[in-house]
Design a protein around this ligand. Structure first.
Ligand code: COA
Length: 331
């Protein structure tokens, strides 16, 4: 029997119905469509309104249900549910545990994985590791974020970027050499000075003062984050290519975190990739944090062929970043 690997065998996704366009943001902060489009590539983003549902778990459950329906999967067969997120429903109680119960994954254990915009990428390492070790057979990895819950809609440097959404993938055993091949994952804690949320954690619990000072919203030093993201995402993607003998010809698709079109373009350029191989939907969803990678897989699933070489790359708060090489396992 061939070596056991862990492959993605199904995908699902969900985005909220409400579309917030750049034009709408012009009425909220001093900005304009031209500035947002030229600096980020974003045209619109989805926002979860209270009349549709509440919390990150709502998005995660919808994405998981989409996968379960498409795959005709019996949720009782799922061994583990991981929710990759930067915006859990609440602190302490696991969002993933609630999601698992709601989708009927009653035989699974579940936990959240928090690594900012790299949460899903790091989750791929976790999920595939459990499967490739032979420990579990069906691991559901969901990337979900309700970024609108931590966005300051008076801060034009952050509110234009982020949106809400969720995507899910199922990892299962593979004996054809497909699935996850290699990973290079990194972090640097000095980055927390440049991108994060000061309030709400153990250093700064919520007080009247912290709320008044708007400390429960995400902040970023955009220019610094941009510089780190451009060089680090390109570095790791290049490293993954070199050590797996990948070239611009045999890489089928770049699956990059959707933070900024200019960051994606720079990564693709360093990899020598033609635009036609670079997956992008940032114009429609903005940066959905943990959901960007699975939303790409769901949107472009129809284009993938069994054996295609996919290179994932992401960068996020912390800082956290990395790249993964995965062979697609189905047509
Ligand atoms: C945020 C970001 C789009 C800003 O683009 P930028 O080209 O770096 O722009 P700067 O921050 O240098 O600002 C340029 C000018 O535009 C202004 N500006 C900032 N946001 C604006 C907006 N929404 N609309 C119009 N003008 C804006 C700034 O105030 C600044 O004005 P000044 O020159 O008079 O001081 C960009 O830095 C970025 O994408 N950074 C990475 C963010 C990211 O990806 N975060 C998540 C990581 S996972």
């Amino acid at each position: 029997m061939n070596k056991l690997t862990a492959a993605i065998t199904a995908v699902g996704s969900y985005v909220p119905k409400f579309i917030m366009t750049n034009k709408m943001l012009e009425d909220i902060v001093e900005t304009n469509d031209e500035w947002i489009t030229s600096r980020t590539g974003i045209k619109e983003r989805r926002i979860l309104k209270p009349d549709e549902g509440e919390g990150t778990s709502y998005l995660a459950i919808k994405a998981a249900q989409d996968l379960i329906d498409k795959k005709k999967l019996d949720p009782k067969e799922i061994d583990l549910v991981i929710v990759a997120t930067a915006t859990p429903d609440s602190m302490v109680a696991s969002t993933a545990a609630f999601v698992a119960s709601e989708i009927g994954a009653t035989n699974a254990f579940a936990y959240d994985l928090l690594a900012a915009c790299s949460s899903f990428l790091f989750g791929m390492s976790n999920a595939s590791g459990y499967v490739a070790s032979g420990k579990y057979k069906k691991v559901l990895l969901i990337g979900a974020d309700k970024m609108s819950s931590i966005i300051d809609y008076t801060d034009r440097t952050t509110c234009i970027i982020f949106g809400d959404g969720a995507g899910a993938v199922l990892f299962e055993p593979n004996f054809e050499g497909l699935g996850l091949q290699d990973e290079y994952l990194r972090s640097d804690g000095n980055g927390r000075a440049y991108l994060g949320m000061e309030g709400g954690g153990s250093i700064m619990p919520a007080t009247i003062e912290s709320v008044k000072a708007r400390k429960h919203f995400i902040f970023q030093e955009g220019r610094t984050v941009f510089k780190f993201a451009v060089s680090n995402m390109a570095d790791v993607a290049e490293k993954i290519m070199v050590r797996n003998n990948l070239t611009h010809e045999n890489v089928s698709w770049l699956v990059p975190h959707q933070a900024n079109k200019r960051i994606i373009d720079a990564t693709a350029k360093r990899m020598g990739l033609d635009d036609s191989k670079v997956l992008m939907n940032i114009q429609r969803y903005g940066n959905t944090t943990s959901a960007t990678l699975p939303l790409l897989l769901a949107d472009f699933e129809g284009k993938f062929k069994k054996g295609d070489n996919l290179v994932f790359a992401a960068f996020g708060g912390g800082f956290t970043w990395g790249s993964i090489f995965l062979k697609w396992a189905y047509n």
